[in-house]
Design a protein around this ligand. Structure first.
Ligand SMILES: [Zn+2]
Ligand SMILES: [Zn+2]
Ligand SMILES: [Zn+2]
Length: 338
C-alpha cells in the first residue's frame, strides 16, 4: 500500500511510491519534443489510436464533439497510470509513534497530454495550444481543489530525461496532495511576514522593482512580466508573474489566460532557441486550496533549465551556487528574437 511518511524533525513528507516500481526499469533517454522525430509513434500511449492504453480521460478538448477516450482531441488529461497517490485511500494520519508518522498516499496524479503531435516541442506550439494547456491546468485545479481532503494542487512539467521526463510525447503533470508542500509553505510564511511588516504584497513589490530596474526583464506584456529573479538559484532561472495582484492561478479570466499564453510562449521559445532545447522543469506556485492568502500571496510560474546537477552542497544545505549572473542571463534571453 503506497504511503506518505513524515520526517519527525523537519515535518517534511515523503511519498513511498511502491506503484512506481512497476514501471519498466531501463528507460530510454528521451529528448522531449525534439521536433526532429516522427509526428506519430504507434507504440506511444499518448498518440492517437492508443487512448485505450491510458486510464480514462478526465478532461479533453476537441474541435468537433467526439466520444471520450477516442481520437480527435487537441489536448487530453488522464489519471496517471503509475500514480503514487490514490483518492480512494482514506487520509488518516497514524500518529501513535511520533517517530513513525504516516498515512496512506492519499491524493491524485494526472498527466496532461499537451498535443496530439508526438514530437512537437511545447516551445513550438501555436500560441492557441499554449493557451489550451494553461486553461487545462486551471480547469483541473478547480476540480481537484473541490475534494475536501486536498490541500494543494501542483502543476509542473519535466522536459527531457535529465529533468525527469520518461516519455517523449509532450506532456505535463498535475499532483493533488493532502498536505501543503514545504516550498509553498515557506513562500506563504515569508510573504505573510512581509505583509505584516509592510502592509504590501512582496510579489507586487518585486514586480515594481523589476520594472524600475529593467536589467532582469526577459519579456513582458501589459499583464504579465517574465524576469530572472534577483537571487536566481541556477543559470537562466525564469519567473513569470502577473503584474496585477492575485493569489491563485485558478482565478485567471479567459482574457488573462490569452495574455499569459503570449508571455509563456515567448519564454519557452527563448529558452528552447537560446539554450538549444535544454532539459528543464517548470511549475506553477499558487495558493493552497483551503487557506486564505488573498492579500499577501501572489501566484507565479518558475522555470529552471537543468544546466547543472544538484550535488552535495545543494542537497545537504538547501542552498544553491549559481555559476551565472542573473542580469546577464536575462540580457541573453531578452535578446533572443521572438
Ligand atoms: Zn506520442
Ligand atoms: Zn501581489
Ligand atoms: Zn515560487
Amino acid at each position: 500500500m503506497p504511503e506518505m511518511r513524515r520526517n519527525p524533525i523537519t515535518g517534511d513528507w515523503t511519498i513511498i511510491a511502491t506503484e512506481r516500481a512497476k514501471r519498466p526499469h531501463k528507460q530510454p533517454m528521451v529528448n522531449t519534443g525534439s521536433s526532429d522525430g516522427e509526428d506519430y509513434s504507434p507504440d506511444c500511449f499518448f498518440c492517437y489510436g492508443n487512448e485505450h492504453t491510458t486510464p480514462h480521460e478526465v478532461l479533453a478538448y476537441r474541435e468537433k464533439p467526439g466520444t471520450p477516450d477516442s481520437s480527435g482531441w487537441t489536448l487530453r488529461v488522464v489519471t496517471n497510470k503509475f500514480s503514487a497517490l490514490n483518492l480512494d485511500d482514506e487520509f488518516c494520519i497514524d500518529n501513535d509513534n511520533p517517530l513513525k508518522t504516516c498515512c496512506y498516499a492519499h491524493g491524485k496524479a494526472e498527466v496532461v497530454i499537451e498535443s496530439p503531435h508526438h514530437s512537437l516541442n511545447t516551445a513550438l506550439f501555436p500560441q492557441q495550444q499554449i493557451e489550451l494547456l494553461l486553461k487545462a491546468y486551471k480547469q483541473r485545479y478547480i476540480t481537484l481543489a473541490r475534494e475536501a481532503s486536498i490541500r494543494y494542487v501542483t502543476m509542473f512539467k519535466n522536459n527531457g530525461t535529465p529533468a525527469g521526463a520518461s516519455l517523449s510525447h509532450p506532456h505535463s503533470q498535475i499532483i493533488a496532495t493532502p498536505v501543503v508542500p514545504p516550498v509553498i509553505q515557506a513562500e506563504i510564511d515569508g510573504a505573510g511576514e512581509y505583509y505584516k511588516k509592510n502592509k504590501r504584497c512582496v510579489y507586487c513589490d518585486m514586480v515594481k522593482n523589476e520594472l524600475d530596474d529593467k536589467t532582469r526583464i526577459i519579456y513582458e506584456n501589459d499583464e504579465f512580466l517574465s524576469f530572472a529573479p534577483y537571487a536566481s538559484r541556477s543559470p537562466f532561472e525564469t519567473w513569470v508573474m502577473p503584474k496585477f495582484h492575485s493569489d491563485s492561478y485558478h482565478k485567471l479570466t479567459e482574457g488573462q489566460l490569452k495574455s499569459l499564453a503570449e508571455v509563456w510562449k515567448a519564454v519557452l521559445y527563448k529558452i528552447y532557441k537560446g539554450l538549444d532545447n535544454p532539459p528543464y522543469n517548470y511549475f506553477i506556485h499558487t495558493s493552497p486550496t483551503r487557506e486564505s492568502t488573498d492579500n499577501f500571496y501572489h501566484w507565479h510560474m518558475e522555470l529552471i533549465p537543468k544546466m547543472t546537477i544538484m550535488a552535495g552542497f545543494e542537497l545537504g544545505t538547501g542552498m544553491y551556487i549559481n555559476i551565472a549572473i542573473p542580469e546577464q542571463s536575462a540580457e541573453f534571453l531578452r535578446e533572443i528574437k521572438y
